[in-house]
Design a protein around this ligand. Structure first.
Ligand code: FAD
Ligand code: SF4
Length: 508
């Protein structure tokens, strides 16, 4: 039987409104969904991430069927599993002979390039529609970026505030300033009272997916259990409510803090829901703003949260699609050291890295500062190969899709794009980690020591990084003045730092 359109909803398209946005017709269109093996294995994704996406997709497909849509779903453990989206669509084209194929923007250039060949392959029109779930369309980002000497998130963010009207007081920013980041750098107090976070007990569907993932992806990183993530829009919404009620008030104050045993602190834990489509980013912002207006959350917290979503999230997306497929291969600082094994095992005496890798293995989650200033900072100052680091981040986090992961890793954490995304490398010694965390007191290394055998490795690696990249970084206006401190150290101390860094790097 010939149908009007075949609508492919990919694993990041779990949003019912997408169907309305393409005028889908229940009586004429067929929706195709599934669990293509390649989406779990093109890099060996974390088991919890695969379980989250597949279970969420199964729930979403069941919900669409209940609402009267015709949905064909190819489960990986079903009768007709698919290698990739192409096979999923190919089989459905054979069955339904649709007039055209419709889908939405995929998560990376790998898929986009493949989909661009589908028209010829399937001998019918293929529409790859823009994703309407973002605030800033590609042409709008292009127009904003065009002709600028440097792209900076802060200016882009102001445009998004004006466009959405979020936290605006007429033409002015609420509270008289755009950005309250300087209030958001509090170190964690001893005995900080951290709220218990919302979690969902796995239902029958999730349990079946967890078993399948455990059996089929044995050599993938991470633990599938305990599983506590929401897999439906309703539960993702409840997770948002829980964040706004219990964590948002202190989100700003402790945004940069790190406490062993408290992987979530006051963070939202919603990126995987937003990226898969279970939660609308603007709904999340509106709920936070409503808490501010009701006097339940302070402006520094709410502005910080809104900035992450309509600022950073939109900005990194704009950069990814604008910079092109070679972005993930950039290596402006010429870093080439292989990823140490402990990124997979967590077996290191460095307490900060051990904790971040351990919680990542358990939860497929680490919060922003753990990703940026512990694993990211280490990868930067140790000169790890950016592509290997990019693959690691893409594998280990439940929210990782290349469009959002790559700019954060290649641009923000590693400065491997040469400054397209960030104005300076986020390099730091152990002093930063000590100030913002409770890691160092439980570490085998001494953060106060600089070049001795038991000195914190971050201390020598930091100066070694600055020395290795002096030619590029000395002229950087935001970091260049640090070389005055390097110069003041004098040749003997400089040599001692570099000797210690060499010993650390050789031991990797
Ligand atoms: P919160 O800290 O509570 O922030 C609220 C929301 O803001 C997040 O849910 C997210 O949607 C958005 N957000 C915050 N910061 C960013 C950012 N820099 N870029 C995009 N969105 C942001 N985020 C991903 O979604 N996927 C990734 O693969 C990813 N990889 C990262 C890799 C590195 C090296 C770094 C430094 C950051 C990465 N981020 C990534 C951004 C950020 O760390 C996560 O979005 C955040 O930690 C998710 O946790 P949360 O929901 O508790 O966020
Ligand atoms: Fe990390 Fe250094 Fe502190 Fe140890 S001493 S936890 S390695 S920053």
């Amino acid at each position: 039987m010939s149908v009007c359109r075949l609508i492919l909803l990919q694993l990041n398209h779990l949003t019912a409104d997408l169907l309305a946005s393409c005028d889908a017709d229940k009586s004429a269109d067929v929706i195709v969904m599934g669990e293509p093996l390649a989406e779990a294995t093109h890099v060996k994704h974390h088991k919890k991430k695969i379980a989250f996406l597949f279970s969420a997709a199964r729930h979403f497909a069941a919900d669409l069927r209940k609402k009267g849509w015709t949905v064909e779903y190819a489960a990986l453990d079903g009768d007709a599993p698919a290698e990739g989206y192409r096979d999923l669509v190919g089989a459905a084209v054979q069955r339904h002979d649709p007039e055209r194929i419709v889908t939405f923007e995929p998560v990376d250039f790998r898929l986009l390039d493949e989909m661009k060949g589908w028209g010829a392959k399937f001998e019918r029109p293929v529409d790859i529609l823009d994703d309407p779930r973002f605030v800033c369309a590609h042409d709008e980002f292009g127009a904003w970026a065009e002709g600028r000497k440097a792209l900076r998130m802060e200016y882009f963010y102001r445009e998004m505030r004006r466009k959405t009207g979020l936290l605006m007081d007429g033409d002015d920013p609420e509270g008289g300033q755009w950005n309250f980041d300087h209030d958001n750098r509090k170190p964690p107090k001893k005995g900080l009272d951290v709220p218990e976070r919302f979690g969902v007990r796995p239902d029958k569907t999730t349990k079946a997916v967890m078993t399948m993932v455990d059996e089929r992806f044995t050599d993938h990183f991470g633990d599938v259990a305990p599983f506590f993530y929401a897999v439906t829009a309703k539960d993702a919404d409840a997770a948002l409510d829980d964040f706004v009620d219990n964590a948002l008030p202190l989100f700003g104050d402790y945004q940069d803090a790190m406490v062993p045993g408290e992987p979530f602190l006051f963070h939202a834990m919603i990126s995987m829901y937003i990226n898969a489509g279970l939660l609308d980013p603007l709904v999340a912002c509106a709920r936070a703003v409503a808490a501010y207006e009701a006097g339940a959350a302070p402006l520094n917290a709410v502005e910080g949260f809104v900035r992450q979503i309509i600022g950073w999230r939109e900005y990194v997306r704009g950069i990814y699609w604008r910079e092109g497929p070679d972005y993930v291969n950039r290596n402006a600082l010429g870093a080439d050291r292989p990823l140490p094994d402990f990124f997979w095992t967590g077996e290191t005496d460095m307490a900060c890295l051990r904790d971040v890798i351990d919680v990542t293995r358990e939860n497929a989650y680490a919060h922003h500062i753990q990703r940026l200033m512990v694993t990211g900072n280490f990868a930067l100052i140790a000169g790890l190969d950016p592509f290997a680091v990019h693959e690691w981040y893409l594998i280990v986090y439940a929210d990782a899709f290349e469009w959002v992961e790559a700019p954060n890793v290649v641009g923000m954490a590693l400065f491997a794009d040469g400054g397209v995304l960030a104005s300076k490398p986020y390099a730091a010694s152990g002093a930063y980690i000590n100030r913002m965390s409770h890691y160092c007191s439980g570490c085998a290394y001494k953060v106060s020591k600089k070049t001795e055998d038991d000195a914190c490795p971050f201390n020598a690696l930091y100066w070694d990084f600055m020395a290795r990249n002096e030619k590029t970084l000395r002229r950087n206006p935001r970091i260049g003045r640090i070389y005055q401190n390097w110069d003041r150290l004098g040749p003997d101390k400089q040599k001692a730092y570099r000797r210690r860094a060499k010993a650390v790097l050789d031991a990797l």
